[in-house]
Design a protein. Structure first.
Lengths: 568, 240
C-alpha cells in the first residue's frame, strides 16, 4: 500500500458512509454484548432487510460508547442531525427506533440518552476518539477516520530520532501505572546495543473492576497496532508481541483479525508503505496470572517460562526478550501515539497538568450512577469525575472513598475530592494512577473489608518467588481477617502496619511492593474504623460479622457459647 | 582485570569490575546473609536477605544480582535492613512447619544458622501450620519433606543448570507453591531423575534428605558446584 492508496481507501469509505440516509451504530464491546447487543444487532439487520432499506440504512457494529451500565446502546446518526443515543435497547425496541427515524421521521423520546449530559461534555477523547463510530473489525473504517496516516507520515517524513523527540515533547507517560516517561523509554531502547529488538504491548490487564485496555483493544485494535508500528520504527525493532490475557477472547479475536487485515493490505509485514521498514506482530495469550502484567513477569511468560518477575536492572530496555533490547508499553500508551504524531507533541502537551500530560481512560465502577468507561484530561478533579461525569452516588448515600489503581492502589477519602488527578498527586496521597480502575465507595462500605478484599487478591496472585510478598501478603491477610471477624487485638494492628512497610520496601516486583497500598492508605485515612473493629468489636457500617473473640478472651467466652449451644 | 572502588559501610574497598555487590562485600570482609543464593547457581534475588542500601537508588537492592559500579556507596547493616532481615526469617519460620527438634538437618540447616546469627528464636507472626503433601520417600536414595521447604529453588536450579535433568520444578503460585517431581508424580516413578543427589546437597534445610538419616544426621556438601562449574568453564574435562 502507498500513501495515495491509503487516501483513496479513506475517501471511498467516507463517500460510501455519507451516501446512507441513516446510520445505526450498535455498540458491540463486551459490556453491551453481555447485556444483549448481539440480539439487538440481529433484530435490526432483519428489520432493515424486511423493509428493503439495505441501500439507505447502514448498520454498523462499533466499539465502546462509554456509559456501559446503560447498554445495549444504539446510536442513530443522520447527515445534518445530531446523534441520538438510545440506552437499554431491546430487540423489539430497536425496530421501533428504525420505524420512528425512517418511516415516521420523528425520534423517540423514551430511553434517549441526552447528548449534552456532563458524562459526555466533560470528557476529552483522544485514544477512544473513534471508538464509538468505527467498526473495530474493518480496516477501511479505521482508515476513513485518518487511520495509518501517522504511520505513513513517520515512514516518509521522519527519522527515528524525530519520532522519539516528538513523543518526548508530548510529555506522554506510561499508562500502565508506573508513569515512566514514554519518550525516554523509547530513547533508551533506541540507543541500546543489539542486533534484534522487540516491541511488546502489555494487554494483561488484571485489576478488579478495570477494563480500559480491553475496551481499547476491542474498540480500536488498529490504533494500538499503528502505535506499535511507529514505536518499532522509532527504536529499530522488526518484531512485536501483543500480550493479551486469555480472559479477553473478544479482544484477542479482533486483534488477530486486525493483524491479518493489516498484513493483507501491506500495512504490517515487509516493506511497509514502500519503505525498507519491516514489522510483524504476533499475539501471545496470557494464562491469567496477575503477575504477568508486571513487565519482567510478562517477558518470561512470552518466552514460554514460568511467569515470574526477575530483578531489575538489567531493565528490559537493555535486556528483555531473549536478552535483546525490548520496548514494553501498555496498550493505552500505544493508543496515544498515532494522535500525537498526527497532531504534534505540542498539542498533546497542552492537555493536562505540568507533569502529567494528555488524557487518561478510567473505568468508573462501584457505587456511582454512571458506571462505564471515560476518557478525561489529566488534572480533572475527583469531584468532577464522581459528581458530574459519574452523576453522583445513587440511593442518597454519601461518598466515602475512591479506590484508584486496583489492588496496587489506595483509597482516597472525601477530603481530597478536589485534588487534581495526576500521577504525582495520587502518589502523594498514598495511591497510584495505576492502569485506570476507579472504584467509588459509598458510606456503607467498610474500609477494613475493602483492604481485606484487595489483600486476598494479592495473596492469591503473588507468584511466590520472593519471601516478603509470598508470606507477607498471607500474614497481612490473616491480620485483616482477624480484624474483620473480631478476634484481633491492638498489637495485631501494629504488626500489620510493620509488615505492610516491610513488604513495600523489600519485595522483588511491583506486585509485592504495591500490595500493601490499600491497607496502608485505609490505615492512614480510616484508622478510627480499624480501631472500632478492635477496641469496640463492632463494624461501624455493619458489613463485618464479628463472630469471633480475641484468643485471650476465649476462656471467658467459652462457657457462654456452651450455654447458648445447649439452649439451641 | 580492572578494579573498581566501592565504599562499604564507610570503608573504602576494591572489587574486580563486573563483580556483584555480594561478591564485593564478601571480598572486603563484610558478610551478608543469603538463602537462595549459592555460588555456582544463577542468582535470582528472591530471598531478599542480602538487600543493601545503595546511595542514590530509590529502592533497596539485592546484593546478589546487582553489579557493583565504580564509586558506589553501600550500607549493609543499617537498623532498618537488620530489622527487615529478621522479619524475613520470621516470615519463613511462620510459613511452613519448621520443627527443628525432629528435623534431619538439625545442626546443618542454613535457615536455623541464619536465625541464630540474627537472633531470631521465634516468630511474632501467626504460625500458619499448613497441611502439606505427605513426605515423598518413594525414591531409592532421597526423600522430600515439604514441611521444611523455603521455596528457594536451589534444588530446581541445581537439577536444571548443573545436572541438566530438570526433574524438579515448582507448581502453584504464591504461598501455595510446592516443589514437584517431573509432571507432579512420586520421585520414585521419575524417569528423568539421575539420582545424582545434587538437589539434596544444595538444599539449605531438611526438605531434601538422604533416606535413612534421622534427626540431625544430615550433612550437606555444596563445594562440588563450584568445582563442576569451574571445570566446565576451564574445560578441564575434555574428551577431544
Amino acid at each position: 500500500m502507498t500513501r495515495e492508496e491509503l487516501r483513496t481507501m479513506a475517501m471511498k469509505e467516507q463517500e460510501q458512509k455519507a451516501a446512507f440516509r441513516c446510520r445505526l451504530l450498535v455498540c458491540y464491546s463486551s459490556p453491551c454484548l453481555s447485556s444483549g447487543a448481539e440480539a439487538v444487532y440481529k433484530a435490526l439487520l432483519a428489520a432493515v432487510h424486511e423493509r428493503n432499506l439495505d441501500v439507505e440504512v447502514d448498520v454498523t457494529r462499533t466499539g465502546c460508547v462509554g456509559p456501559c451500565s446503560r447498554g445495549p446502546l444504539v446510536t442513530v446518526r443522520r447527515p445534518g442531525c445530531e446523534d441520538v443515543i438510545y440506552q437499554h435497547v431491546t430487540p423489539e425496541f430497536v425496530v421501533r427506533i428504525l420505524e420512528a427515524h425512517l418511516v415516521e421521521n420523528r425520534p423517540l423520546t423514551e430511553n434517549v440518552l441526552p447528548g449534552d449530559v456532563p458524562f459526555f461534555a466533560k470528557q476529552l477523547k483522544v485514544v477512544l476518539a473513534n471508538s464509538a463510530s468505527i467498526d473495530p473489525e474493518s480496516l477501511e473504517s479505521y482508515v476513513s477516520m485518518g487511520g495509518f496516516t501517522a504511520l505513513s507520515k513517520v515512514l516518509e517524513e521522519m527519522t527515528p530520532e524525530q519520532v522519539v523527540e516528538e513523543i518526548k515533547k508530548s510529555g506522554l507517560r506510561g499508562r500502565g501505572g508506573g508513569g515512566f516517561p514514554t519518550g525516554l523509554k523509547w530513547d533508551l531502547v533506541r540507543k541500546a546495543q543489539g542486533e534484534k529488538k522487540y516491541i511488546v504491548a502489555n494487554g494483561d490487564e488484571g485489576d478488579p473492576g478495570a477494563y480500559m485496555d480491553r475496551t481499547t483493544m476491542e474498540s480500536d485494535p488498529f490504533l494500538v497496532l499503528e502505535g506499535m508500528a511507529i514505536a518499532a520504527y522509532a527504536v529499530g525493532a522488526d518484531q512485536g508481541y501483543f500480550y493479551v490475557r486469555a480472559e479477553y477472547p473478544l479482544a484477542a479475536e479482533r486483534l488477530a483479525k486486525a493483524i491479518k487485515k493489516a498484513e493483507k493490505a501491506e500495512i504490517l509485514g515487509n516493506r511497509i508503505f514502500g519503505s525498507s521498514f519491516n514489522f510483524r506482530v504476533d499475539i501471545r495469550l496470557g494464562a491469567g496470572a496477575f503477575v504477568c502484567g508486571e513487565e519482567t513477569g510478562l517477558l518470561t511468560s512470552i518466552m514460554g517460562r514460568r511467569g515470574q518477575p526477575y530483578p531489575r536492572p538489567p531493565f528490559p530496555a537493555n535486556s528483555g526478550l531473549w536478552g535483546s533490547p525490548t520496548l514494553i508499553n501498555n496498550v493505552e500508551t500505544f493508543g496515544n501515539i498515532a494522535p500525537i504524531i498526527n497532531r504534534g507533541g505540542d498539542w498533546y502537551a497542552s492537555i493536562g497538568t505540568e507533569k502529567s500530560k494528555g488524557t487518561k481512560i478510567f473505568a468508573l465502577a462501584g457505587e456511582i450512577s454512571n458506571t462505564g468507561l471515560i476518557e478525561v484530561p489529566m488534572g480533572i478533579t475527583l469531584r468532577e469525575v464522581v459528581y458530574e461525569i459519574g452523576g453522583g452516588i445513587p440511593g442518597g448515600a454519601g461518598f466515602k472513598a475512591a479506590q484508584t489503581g486496583g489492588p496496587s492502589g489506595g483509597c482516597i477519602p472525601a477530603d481530597y475530592l478536589d485534588t487534581p488527578i495526576d500521577y504525582d498527586n495520587l502518589a502523594s496521597l498514598g495511591s497510584i494512577m495505576g492502569s485506570g480502575g476507579l472504584v467509588i465507595m459509598n458510606d456503607r462500605s467498610c474500609m477494613v473489608d475493602v483492604a481485606r478484599f484487595f489483600m486476598d487478591f494479592c495473596r492469591d496472585e503473588s507468584c511466590g518467588k520472593c519471601i516478603p510478598c509470598r508470606v507477607g501478603t498471607s500474614q497481612m491477610l490473616g491480620y485483616l481477617e482477624k480484624i474483620c471477624n473480631g478476634s484481633a487485638v491492638m498489637e495485631d494492628l501494629e504488626k500489620l502496619r510493620e509488615l505492610a512497610e516491610m513488604v513495600q520496601e523489600t519485595s522483588l516486583c511491583g506486585l509485592g511492593f504495591t500490595s500493601p497500598n490499600p491497607t496502608l492508605s485505609t490505615l492512614r485515612y480510616f484508622r478510627a474504623e480499624y480501631e472500632a473493629h478492635i477496641r469496640e468489636r463492632r463494624c461501624p457500617v455493619g458489613v463485618c460479622v464479628m463472630s469471633e473473640v480475641p484468643l485471650r478472651e476465649l476462656v471467658a467466652e467459652l462457657p457462654r457459647r456452651i450455654r447458648e449451644g445447649s439452649k439451641a | 582485570m580492572s578494579v573498581i572502588t566501592v565504599t562499604i559501610n564507610g570503608i573504602e574497598g576494591s572489587a574486580p569490575a563486573g563483580a556483584t555487590l555480594l561478591e564485593a562485600c564478601r571480598q572486603n570482609g563484610v558478610e551478608l546473609p543469603t538463602l537462595c543464593h549459592l555460588e555456582g547457581l544463577t542468582p535470582i534475588g528472591a530471598c531478599r536477605l542480602c538487600l543493601v542500601q545503595v546511595e542514590g537508588a530509590r529502592r533497596l537492592l539485592p546484593a546478589c544480582v546487582t553489579e557493583a559500579q565504580e564509586g558506589m556507596i553501600i550500607q549493609t547493616h543499617t537498623e532498618k535492613l537488620v530489622k527487615y532481615r529478621k522479619m524475613t526469617l520470621e516470615l519463613l519460620l511462620s510459613e511452613r512447619n519448621h520443627i527443628c527438634s525432629v528435623c534431619v538437618a538439625n545442626g546443618s540447616c542454613e535457615l536455623r544458622t541464619l536465625c541464630a546469627q540474627l537472633g531470631v528464636d521465634h516468630s511474632r507472626f501467626e504460625y500458619r501450620c499448613p497441611d502439606l503433601p505427605p513426605i515423598d520417600t518413594s525414591h531409592e536414595r532421597n526423600g522430600l519433606d515439604h514441611n521444611r521447604c523455603i521455596s528457594c529453588t536451589r534444588c530446581i536450579r541445581a537439577c536444571d543448570q548443573v545436572e541438566g535433568a530438570h526433574t524438579l520444578d515448582m507448581e502453584g503460585r504464591g504461598i501455595e507453591n510446592r516443589v514437584i517431581i517431573d509432571m507432579h508424580q512420586t520421585w520414585g516413578s521419575s524417569r528423568t531423575c539421575t539420582k545424582c543427589g545434587k538437589c539434596v546437597n544444595v538444599c539449605p534445610t531438611g526438605t531434601l534428605f538422604w533416606k535413612g538419616s534421622t534427626v540431625a544426621e544430615m550433612e550437606k556438601e555444596v563445594g562440588f558446584l563450584q568445582w563442576i562449574r569451574g571445570g566446565r568453564e576451564k574445560k578441564t574435562w575434555s574428551y577431544l
